[in-house]
Design a protein around this ligand. Structure first.
Ligand code: PLP
Length: 365
């Protein structure tokens, strides 16, 4: 890789784009520096402008809403479906009926469980709004036999360190629209009319034009080389994630203290996260006590996600308050993400399960 002398965007980035494109059955992929950049450019290329609104979920990472805000658009939250933790199509429908300024919808496939894309795409078409998926968790997921990444105008993937495929930092937009892919590629590198990938020796003297106000969002070949190596192991890594999720389900489903992640028929879960929820009526202790109980046994967990609208910036900026999105708030308060990564051994997972069952017994109401 280093001996090739080519470090920035080049042939490896192209091969990585083709590899991801094949995996998600999309015609085009544009490799970028992050999923945040992917969301920003996809929305920009679709023409979302200052003063317009973009529907999304408060149950997500800050990047989803911030990409919208960087366009000068307003992230308009609607509440989730508590069963899936994903944005509820019924709430999208209601918002579209009431708010004429909505230009796009950004659904997020939380933990790797696909949103109800068929309904969301139908609603979007009927109202002529764009759909840009935040698929940071959803590489390898599918719904109704269609891979996430192949369905809407633009789907954004993350290759951040913790995601199912990583390039250290990285992202990609997949799309079936050539015009959109070309526009995103152009905007990803200063709005130059040709990219470094085509700058071979013979064309070195060719001039470029700056045709638009662009960004510096391209993926390096250094990152893409890591991504290609990861991609070669992807199916094996996903098999391990599925096996781990299966073991959690088998061991914990008899336990009345917990609700397990939904796996509706016709969906393939990407198992980026295993989000367990406490049945608080059955327990004398809450989620934070469970996290401490696990931490005392050397088991690290986290919360995905604290609802965005309750962070100080979103309260200050948009005047959101506690109670605005009750499902997101209630589910977040009883959610904990269990260890789930391809390297988790059967023995270590056994210790996690044991600690969970011990907690359920000890704090049974
Ligand atoms: C990780 C993540 C992102 C951001 O991805 P980056 O590649 O770090 O920009 C966006 N949305 C969600 C839901 C994420 O988990």
């Amino acid at each position: 890789m280093l001996r090739s002398g080519w470090l920035t965007t080049g042939l490896r980035a192209r091969r990585f784009e083709e590899g991801i494109g094949r995996l998600v059955r999309a015609r085009h992929g544009v490799a970028l520096s992050s999923c945040t950049a992917a969301l920003h450019l996809a929305l920009t290329a679709l023409g979302v402008r200052r003063g317009e609104a973009v529907l999304t979920t408060p149950y997500t990472f800050a990047a989803t809403a911030q990409a919208i805000e960087h366009l000068g658009a307003r992230p308009m939250f609607v509440d989730i479906d508590p069963a899936s933790l994903n944005i509820a199509p019924a709430n999208i429908e209601r918002a579209l009926r009431r708010q004429p300024k909505i230009r796009a919808i950004v659904p997020v496939h939380i933990g790797g469980l696909p949103c109800d894309m068929e309904t969301i795409l139908d609603l979007a078409h009927a109202s002529r709004v764009s759909v840009v998926e935040d698929a940071a968790h959803a590489l390898g997921a599918s719904v109704g036999g269609r891979p996430i990444g192949s369905m809407s105008e633009a789907t954004c993937f993350s290759f951040y360190a913790t995601k199912n495929v990583t390039t250290g930092e990285g992202g990609m937009v997949t799309t079936n629209r050539r015009d959109l892919a070309d526009r995103i590629r152009l905007l990803s590198l200063h709005g130059l009319s040709w990219s470094a990938g085509r700058r071979d020796a013979r064309r070195a003297s060719r001039r470029y034009d700056v045709v638009d106000l662009g960004f510096k969002y391209n993926m390096t070949d250094l990152s893409a080389a890591i991504g290609l190596a990861q991609l070669a192991r992807f199916h094996e890594m996903q098999r391990r994630r599925r096996r781990i999720a299966g073991r959690y389900a088998a061991a914990l489903s008899p336990c009345e203290a917990f609700d397990l992640p939904a796996t509706p028929a016709g969906t393939t879960h990407a198992w980026h996260l295993y989000i367990l929820r406490l049945r608080t009526a059955m327990l004398r202790a809450g989620r934070d006590t469970l996290m401490r109980h696990l931490a005392d046994r050397g088991i690290g967990t986290s919360v995905h996600f604290l609802p965005l609208h309750l962070f100080s910036y979103y309260r200050r900026r948009f005047g959101y308050r506690k109670g605005d999105f009750p499902h997101a708030e209630r589910e977040s308060a009883r959610a904990v993400s269990l260890p789930l990564h391809p390297g988790l051994s059967r023995r270590d997972q056994g210790r996690v399960i044991e600690a969970l069952i011990d907690f359920a017994r000890r704090f049974k109401r």
